[in-house]
Each structure stands twice: as structure tokens, then as C-alpha cells.
Design a protein around this ligand. Structure first.
Ligand SMILES: [Zn+2]
Length: 67
């Protein structure tokens, strides 16, 4: 967890106002709940629920992972 986690008011990914603050699974970004839900959907489709992708620094593209 980085120092700016509790200070940020906007999502690092979509820049909308953060109401529910979460950490990205894949990167060190602070993201909103909508982006978190999108990540959960990506994780769900990855092998082992994306376990091997924690903190990988990018959003895996499902099409590439599964091809
Ligand atoms: Zn967002």
C-alpha cells in the first residue's frame, strides 16, 4: 500500500471520483469500485483466478492469455 492511497480523490485508471477505494490487483494504482469490478472479471477468467498476475504492473488482456 503506497502513501497516497488515502489521499487520492480520483481513480488512477478512469479518473472518476472515488467513493469506494480499492487497490488494483495487477498494479499499484488506487482504483474505484467500478474498475475493481472490471479487474475481478479479468481475474475470474485468468488461470488460477489471476493469482500469478498479482502486482504484475499491467492489465492482462484476456484474449492474449487464453490464445
Ligand atoms: Zn475507476
Amino acid at each position: 500500500m503506497n502513501d497516497t492511497f488515502f489521499i487520492k480523490k480520483n481513480c488512477d485508471r478512469c479518473n472518476s471520483e472515488i467513493k469506494v477505494r480499492t487497490m488494483s490487483w495487477f498494479t499499484n494504482e488506487t482504483i474505484c469500485i467500478e474498475c475493481s469490478i472490471a479487474e475481478t472479471e479479468i481475474k475470474r477468467r485468468l488461470p488460477d483466478n489471476g493469482k500469478n498476475y498479482e502486482g504484475c504492473g499491467y492489465l492482462p488482456k484476456i484474449e492474449e492469455v487464453l490464445s
